[in-house]
Design a protein around this ligand. Structure first.
Ligand code: ADP
Length: 226
């Protein structure tokens, strides 16, 4: 699904090695945490997977393709294979929960009964009854569940989450984590970037730990170690 082959990203202006000589492979169907303190390089890894940035050295492969060889005009198509969940839900405030999902389906050129598909996705996060609610009328946890439904509504094979529980208290964080686990069990590859020790310790999964841009641990059994 994803391979980093000796990847270094250096920002020339500040001479910062955001990541250095990073090497790992993530297979289809895995659930992987990318963890480490702030500034360790987590966002850089996500940005490389999305090809928002390119490596200074080394190669990033996504679904068998060398990302540095993908033409710019083909990027939107590639990015459609990746669902994204952010710390702040980034729902459109002027649209209902359902319409937030319909909007994505329409934007990606999907056809058929889009409202029905959106409703099925909302049902999977147990929020069908809130379909008419606007984001401001939902709790933070509900907003994040809608954001997960939105990321999954086009059935992407990969879900990338950037601090998905950063704004949530522990009980709600656990609910979100269980939801991500469900998404993974149904076959989607899930990558969660987080600095949260609680998260990583609570649901134990493969954990890639970064320190100063380098992988210091890649542990199948999980757990936070810094
Ligand atoms: P994390 O997501 O783990 O907090 P980042 O990937 O954002 O870490 O950052 C890793 C390092 O790269 C940090 O030292 C950060 O200051 C640096 N960095 C990130 N983006 C840039 C940029 N656009 N220009 C210069 N340095 C950057």
């Amino acid at each position: 699904m994803i391979q980093f082959h000796r990847v270094t990203k250096t920002y020339s202006r500040t001479h910062t090695h955001a990541i250095k000589d990073v090497d790992f492979r993530i297979n289809k169907g895995e659930f992987v945490y990318i963890t480490g303190h702030s500034g360790a390089g987590k966002s850089t890894i996500l940005a490389l997977i999305l090809r928002r940035i390119t490596p200074t050295e080394g190669t990033v492969y996504l679904l068998g393709q060398d990302l540095s060889k993908v033409a710019d005009r083909k990027l939107p198509l590639l990015r459609r294979k990746i669902g994204m969940v952010f710390q702040d839900h980034r729902l459109l405030p002027q649209l209902s929960a359902l319409d937030n999902l319909v909007f994505v389906l329409r934007a990606t050129g999907e056809r058929g009964n889009l409202e029905q598909r959106a409703l099925v996705a909302l049902r999977q996060v147990a929020l069908a009854h809130k379909r008419k609610a606007y984001p401001v009328e939902l709790s933070l946890g509900e907003q994040q569940r809608v954001a997960i439904a939105r990321a999954m509504v086009t059935n992407p094979p990969l879900l990338l989450c950037d601090e998905p529980t950063g704004n949530l208290d522990p009980d709600i964080s656990w609910e979100i984590l269980e939801l991500l686990n469900d998404v993974n069990i149904k076959g989607t590859t899930v990558i969660v970037a987080t600095h949260s020790r609680d998260l990583v310790d609570r649901l134990r999964r493969r954990t890639i730990t970064l320190r100063n841009g380098q992988v210091v641990r890649d542990d199948e059994s999980g757990g936070y170690a810094l």
